[in-house]
Design a protein around this ligand. Structure first.
Ligand SMILES: CC/C=C\C/C=C\C/C=C\C/C=C\CCCCC(=O)SCCNC(=O)CCNC(=O)[C@H](O)C(C)(C)COP(=O)(O)OP(=O)(O)OC[C@H]1O[C@@H](n2cnc3c(N)ncnc32)[C@H](O)[C@@H]1OP(=O)(O)O
Ligand SMILES: Cc1cc2nc3c(=O)[nH]c(=O)nc-3n(C[C@H](O)[C@H](O)[C@H](O)COP(=O)(O)OP(=O)(O)OC[C@H]3O[C@@H](n4cnc5c(N)ncnc54)[C@H](O)[C@@H]3O)c2cc1C
Length: 627
């Protein structure tokens, strides 16, 4: 049955132009071309093999990641890939590595917080990977509370240097990816002290390791923080611990876009908001939202294809059993996730636009949209990562027992993905930031400052005007409700941006209709899930709730014949999916059977340990010995 497409009958049912949908998913014909080319390049290169990760020890796993990162870099250089192609290559290699932090945080931090001069000095080195950087903000004692960081950077005017120091155990840097074993440099965040006065937290470029033999420099203690959740998974990353013992760095290694220290020891604040020190986090949260749709769509692709292959019950007169995808219960769990994958794709695109817009404004000294950009990136990062982590786990359950096998790809995907709910801001802490922004907006309603952008709707919600007095009642006391309000606000953004997307011209037979169905599923599923809130606030009547439920059922039936084509539109290679259950040809059972025999445990028919532990048991030697 090798070479047979077991899902061909499903593909024949589809009612829209899959190739056109692939372009919509990718974002543009150019983006599709790059993605398609690079994913195939990675998939066809044995150097990027990844099917053995769960069986390697941590040391072997990590060394293999180093090998792959070096091989990826060689490929990028040899093939003269563009920045866009190189980023895609790292994405399709699909293995968390120090390079994520080097390209994803270290470089953006220098770009966003460094002066022109600093950028000119450091960026060429970083782009050529002559130095490797990490982002060292979090400490053992403080992650969320950035103002609570304890590392100090004290200016010494005698030598024109900063002294970076970890005064306590809890001030040890803890978690930064790439720090443990690889990074030569860090953007380290520390409390700036000039002339005995504190000026808040700032970033500093600190060299950690020798560029000759990789040994830690004087005053630096550095290592890996140990094994993390799951086998393989995020353990390819060397999250690290770092202590500074009065480490001296030149003054010009303080990132000085937001504030400066002169050689005379004068502290100066630029004309830009202090919050720009947090700018890298805004940037990365935006990329994490874009990434959520990738992780969720990958899980949904696996669960959808497998649900079309898997049959249980319902055989008529000895005929085939029912495909589990035809059960309404399966559809009601799977199709909202499929709709979410598309919704998150479009919200990721929009957020990228919003980020580019705010960046452009900042360059022109217009800081007016920064609070909204912060609230949107924080809130949408929280919403999409929570939904994606939950969605991956739901996809595992949708695949029944086989979903629990590593060869399904789902356990590893979950283990790699789930820390996204914590890193780059704990999701609840981030929602509290959104709530704070919303309450600030409510408190200004009726003033001359009119809410615009994603909060423009607030002027139209009359009862909010009456709520204003309630805002004074105590943020902390009401924080549980406020977090719910923040989620609702973010969902409103997701739904409205999906609707806006549909107002654009979308070429391709039936493509727009499919997206309309998915958009309606996304919105009505939310209404259904939260109908208690909608009913109790009088936003809908019980009749509306029942209608929404009926409509959802009908929408699921409309998706059903198109389900396989809708996941094909993600254009994932079997290599990227890394799942027997999700393979393109649906030839699941022979592949599962074959894979089982490749497990190291099956290398011998009689296991190691038989003579030591099993035989004595069977022969009752253990009991006899005891007696
Ligand atoms: C395998 C990888 C897969 C996918 C990833 C894909 C791509 C990403 C690429 C690479 C990444 C790879 C792996 C991820 C690595 C993760 C790295 C990290 O985790 S780095 C550490 C991140 N740390 C945090 O996020 C800490 C969270 N805490 C905070 O952000 C803040 O301190 C806080 C919670 C916002 C604190 O706020 P608080 O109000 O208490 O305090 P402040 O006084 O500091 O704030 C006052 C004022 O400022 C506003 N504000 C806060 N933050 C920002 C901001 N970022 N931008 C703009 N404005 C901000 C705040 O709202 C207040 O405003 P006001 O109300 O006064 O108007
Ligand atoms: C895999 C991984 C990679 C990471 N990579 C990096 C990196 O490269 N660089 C780096 O600097 N950091 C990194 N981090 C650290 C990460 O950014 C922090 O762990 C994250 O910001 C959460 O902070 P915390 O650990 O202090 O959580 P805590 O703040 O201690 O959270 C614990 C609990 O307290 C709750 N809580 C905290 N504050 C409040 C509040 N005000 N109100 C209500 N509830 C609250 C939270 O919701 C949570 O439930 C990484 C973390 C992980 C897991």
């Amino acid at each position: 049955m090798e070479g047979v497409d077991h899902l061909a009958h499903e593909r024949n049912k589809s009612e829209f132009d899959v190739d056109a949908m692939k372009i919509v998913w990718a974002g543009s014909p150019h983006a599709f071309d790059v993605s398609d080319r690079i994913s195939k390049l990675v998939a066809s290169d044995p150097g990027f093999r990844k099917d053995n990760r769960s069986t390697l020890s941590r040391k072997e796993l990590f060394k293999n990641t180093l090998r792959k990162a070096a091989y990826a870099w060689k490929t990028i250089v040899d093939l003269r890939l563009s920045e866009e192609e190189a980023a895609k290559l790292r994405f399709y290699v699909d293995e968390p590595a120090f390079t994520d932090l080097h390209w994803g945080m270290f470089i953006p931090a220098i770009k966003g917080q460094g002066t022109e001069e600093q950028q000119q000095k450091w960026l060429p080195l970083a782009y050529k990977m002559q130095i490797i950087g990490c982002y060292a903000q979090t400490e053992l004692g403080h992650g969320s509370n950035v103002q609570g960081l304890e590392t100090t950077a004290t200016f010494d005017p005698q030598t024109d240097e900063f002294i970076i120091h970890s005064p306590t155990l809890t001030s040890s840097k803890w978690w930064p990816g790439g720090l443990g074993k690889v990074a030569t440099h860090a953007i380290a965040y520390a409390r700036l002290i000039v002339g005995g006065r504190e000026h808040g937290v700032n970033g500093f470029i600190v060299q950690l390791r020798s560029l000759e033999d990789h040994s830690p420099l004087l005053g630096i203690t550095v290592g890996d923080i140990g094994m993390k959740f799951g086998n393989g998974a995020y353990n390819t990353m060397d999250n690290g611990v770092l202590r500074f013992d009065h480490v001296r760095i030149p003054r010009n290694q303080m990132l000085m876009r937001v504030s400066q220290v002169t050689c005379e020891g004068k502290y100066k604040q630029s004309d830009v908001p202090r919050q720009l020190v947090y700018g890298t986090m805004v940037y990365v949260r935006q990329t994490i939202v874009a990434d959520a749709s990738c992780a969720l769509s990958r899980a949904v692709c696996i669960a959808t294809r497998y649900s079309a292959v898997r049959r249980q019950f319902g055989s008529q007169n000895g005929g085939p059993e029912t495909q589990v995808i035809d059960y309404k219960t399966q559809q009601s769990r799977l199709f909202p996730l499929l709709a979410s994958a598309y919704a998150f794709r479009f919200i990721g695109e929009w957020l990228k636009w919003l980020y580019a817009d705010v960046t452009q404004r900042l360059q022109a000294n217009d800081f007016s949209t920064l609070p909204e950009a912060h609230a949107c990136t924080a809130g949408l990062k929280s919403l999409t990562t929570t939904a994606t982590a939950d969605g991956i786990e739901e996809c595992r359950k949708l695949c029944g027992g086989h979903g629990y096998l590593c060869s399904s790809g789902l356990p590893e995907l979950f283990a790699v993905y789930v820390p996204a709910c914590t890193y780059e801001g704990d999701n609840t802490v981030l929602l509290l930031q959104v709530a704070r922004f919303l309450m600030k907006t409510v408190s200004q309603l009726g003033s001359s400052k009119k809410p615009v952008g994603t909060i423009a709707y607030m002027t139209r919600v009359e009862h909010l005007m009456q709520c204003r007095c309630g805002v004074q009642r105590g943020f902390a006391e009401l924080s549980v409700d406020l977090v719910e309000a923040a989620v609702a606000h973010c969902q409103l953004i997701v739904v409205s941006k999906f609707i806006e997307k549909l107002q654009q011209e979308i070429p391709g037979k039936g493509v727009k209709q499919q997206l309309e169905v998915l958009c309606n599923i996304y919105a009505l599923f939310l209404l259904h899930k939260h109908q208690g809130d909608f009913l109790s606030t009088g936003c809908i009547t019980p009749k509306h709730a029942a209608l929404a439920n009926d409509e959802l059922r009908s929408l699921y039936s409309q998706v059903r014949p198109n389900a396989i084509a809708l996941v094909d539109a993600f254009n994932y290679t079997d290599h990227y999916l890394g799942s027997i259950l999700g393979c393109y040809d649906g030839n699941v059972y022979p592949k599962l059977y074959e894979a089982a025999w490749k497990d190291p445990l099956n290398e011998s028919v009689v296991p190691d340990g038989y003579h030591q532990y099993i035989r004595p048991l069977l022969k009752q030697e253990i009991r006899t010995a005891r007696l």
